[in-house]
Each structure stands twice: as structure tokens, then as C-alpha cells.
Design a protein around this ligand. Structure first.
Ligand code: SF4
Ligand code: SF4
Length: 333
């Protein structure tokens, strides 16, 4: 296996690349291909979720997409406590107390994701999330639903993770779909060099673009990076003529204050080509994934924003502020 290296905040990881006789094939690491999706773009869509993201947002509901390489997950409900994984692990990363709660199964500081425990487990309680696929393999799946795209104005959406983190793969996949007249959308955090966006623009029909906070310091505290590049790229995209849907994750104790919402509304209203704004209220649907990955989830005790009347009122208030700036706003994507 050859590999290319990416530096995450935690460790250096290597994306495996299978040897292939077909030198024109480009490979990427994905977690999932979801068909018949009615979210994340118009019509019926095929969603491809890529691994790897330059941000680490505290509220992320796809933590399995943060690291670009495949990772071992533990499904406690399947485990028969046979101890085979404990013997297989040379790095002593498996917790010897096999009956411990699932989030403590693997010490990820010691684990190098070698997969020996996965091969040994008789009941698939240990599994890799993330697999290496070629653009051609993904296109084969995407093509199958061409009829549904035609009748619904749907198509392909690349999400993640951050699609531009595996730039070559995303570029080639978008180009292939576009050349087959398949509608193309990406969902992006905006944190990539502008030249990358410029290279994929000719093969894109719509961009779903996140704004998380208007203050660069607060943005860095919760995501690991400043918002400067993100807002600068968004202005350039807006001027390029690309249709945009702006997405605002609504995170309690982070970005719901009036000042931030007012600045966000002002900023978006000065952009061109914004079709609508999607409000994405904080939820807890990703909580179990942190446990399976044996990772801490710092927001595990925060309740979903729409779980009480106060939260629902807050969502309505934010919607009104944005609408008062002449923006079309929907709750959810
Ligand atoms: S993947 Fe991690 S836990 Fe499993 S055997 Fe390798 S080092 Fe040990
Ligand atoms: S090998 Fe699988 S079933 Fe056996 S203890 Fe490990 S995780 Fe559980």
C-alpha cells in the first residue's frame, strides 16, 4: 500500500492507496454512500460521505468523518466477551476489562488502527468505518439512479467530512458526474485554499456552505480554526455566480446570541446568489458514534435545541431576524 499523509490535530494519519494496474483510477476514503436521499440538495440524491475534515467542531454529528483514514469502531451490543481481540492487539490498546462501557474499549492514544482485532473478532463487534474506493466504483453506484435524478431534478451530493480534504477524488468525481449530465452539489465547511474551489466550480451546480460564527476567536475555540478563510472564500464564491445555500448550525452557548445572529444576517444579505438559508438546530443524533469510536464527546449533556419551548422560540426568533434581511429561511436541510 502506498499512502499520502495528512496532519490532524491529534496525529499524523495516512490514507491507504491500493496498488492498481489502472493508473487513471483515483481513490478516496468514504464512510458511506446513501441513496434516495431527499436532503442536501434538490430532488432525489445519492450522497457520498468522505472522510477527513480540517475542522474539529465540538458538536459534529459525523465524528467518524473527521479523520481521513479508516478507524476501528466497537459495537458493544454484538460483543460476546470472548477476549480474542485482547490477545490479538500487540499495542495493548484493548481494555483488559472487557465488560467496561463501550466508549472505553480501545485506548485510541495507543491504537494505530492496524485492524488485527477486527480480523480476530468472531462476531463483527469490531469494524472499520471508512473504506477505500475508486471514483469509478462510486460512479457506478451514482449512475444507477439516473432515472430518479431526471424525474426529480436530483443528482449527486458530496458531503463528509469536508469534500475538499480529498481534493483529487472530489474533483474527479464531480467532473465525471457533471460530464454525464448528473446534477452536482457539495456541502463544504469553506476551509480550503480558494484555488481548490476555483478548480471544481466548472463541475458544480450548487454549493451548501456552512457559517458557524462571525467572530474569528470564538470560531477557533469551537472548531480549531479561524473563520477568516471561510468568509473570504464565501464572498468569492458568491461573486462567481455559483448558487449558494447557506447553512447555520445553531449551537446553544456558542452562536445563538443576538449580536452574532445580527452580524450573520448582515453578512449573508450582502452576498449574491444566495438561494436560501438553512437553520440546523443542534441535536444529539451523533452521540452514539463517539462512543463507538471510543472518543470523548464534550457536548453529551447538552439538550437538543428544539427539545423545549424555549429552544423552539429561539429558532423562530433567529428565523425572523434573517427574514427581516430579505432572506428565504428554512429550518433543516
Ligand atoms: S486496531 Fe488498534 S485496538 Fe485493534 S489490534 Fe490494532 S492497535 Fe489494537
Ligand atoms: S473479539 Fe469481538 S466478541 Fe470477542 S471480546 Fe473482542 S470485541 Fe468482543
Amino acid at each position: 500500500m502506498k499512502g499520502s499523509e495528512y496532519h490532524t490535530k491529534e496525529k499524523v494519519v495516512s490514507i491507504p492507496r491500493p496498488q492498481t494496474s489502472d493508473s487513471s483510477s483515483i481513490y478516496g476514503v468514504i464512510t458511506n454512500i446513501q441513496v434516495y436521499s431527499l436532503h442536501d440538495g434538490p430532488g432525489v440524491r445519492t450522497m457520498v460521505f468522505l472522510k477527513g475534515c480540517p475542522l474539529i467542531c465540538d458538536w459534529c454529528c459525523n465524528p467518524e468523518c473527521e479523520s481521513p483514514a479508516p478507524e476501528v469502531e466497537f459495537y458493544k451490543s454484538k460483543c460476546v466477551i470472548c477476549g480474542a481481540c485482547l490477545k490479538a492487539c500487540q499495542r495493548k490498546a484493548i481494555n483488559p476489562d472487557l465488560e467496561l462501557k463501550s466508549g472505553a474499549k480501545i485506548n485510541k492514544d495507543l491504537c494505530d488502527e492496524c485492524g488485527d482485532c477486527v480480523k480476530t473478532c468472531p462476531v463483527e463487534a469490531l469494524k472499520f468505518v471508512g473504506k477505500v474506493v475508486s471514483v469509478d466504483e462510486v460512479m457506478e453506484k451514482v449512475r444507477k439512479d439516473k432515472y430518479f435524478y431526471l424525474t426529480s431534478q436530483g443528482g449527486l451530493t458530496i458531503s463528509g467530512g469536508e469534500p475538499l480534504y480529498q481534493f483529487e477524488f472530489t474533483h474527479k468525481l464531480l467532473k465525471s458526474a457533471y460530464e454525464e449530465n448528473i446534477d452536482t452539489v457539495i456541502e463544504t465547511c469553506g476551509y480550503a485554499p480558494w484555488r481548490r474551489y476555483a478548480q471544481i466550480l466548472p463541475y458544480l451546480n450548487l454549493v451548501l456552505y456552512d457559517i458557524k460564527h462571525m467572530d474569528p476567536v470564538k470560531h477557533k475555540q469551537m472548531t480549531g480554526v479561524s473563520n477568516r478563510l471561510i468568509l473570504s472564500n464565501l464572498k468569492k464564491l458568491s461573486k462567481s455566480g455559483m448558487p449558494l445555500v447557506i447553512r447555520l448550525p445553531l449551537i446553544p452557548e456558542f452562536n445563538l446570541d443576538r449580536d452574532n445572529i445580527a452580524k450573520t444576517a448582515e453578512f449573508i444579505s450582502n452576498l449574491e446568489n444566495v438561494i436560501e438559508v438553512n437553520l440546523m438546530p443542534f441535536h444529539q443524533l451523533g452521540k452514539d458514534k463517539y462512543c463507538r469510536l471510543c472518543r470523548e464527546y464534550s457536548l453529551k449533556d447538552l439538550k437538543a435545541l428544539d427539545s423545549d419551548a424555549e429552544g423552539v422560540a429561539k429558532i423562530r426568533e433567529i428565523k425572523s431576524v434573517l427574514e427581516a434581511h430579505g432572506l428565504r429561511v428554512t429550518v433543516g436541510g
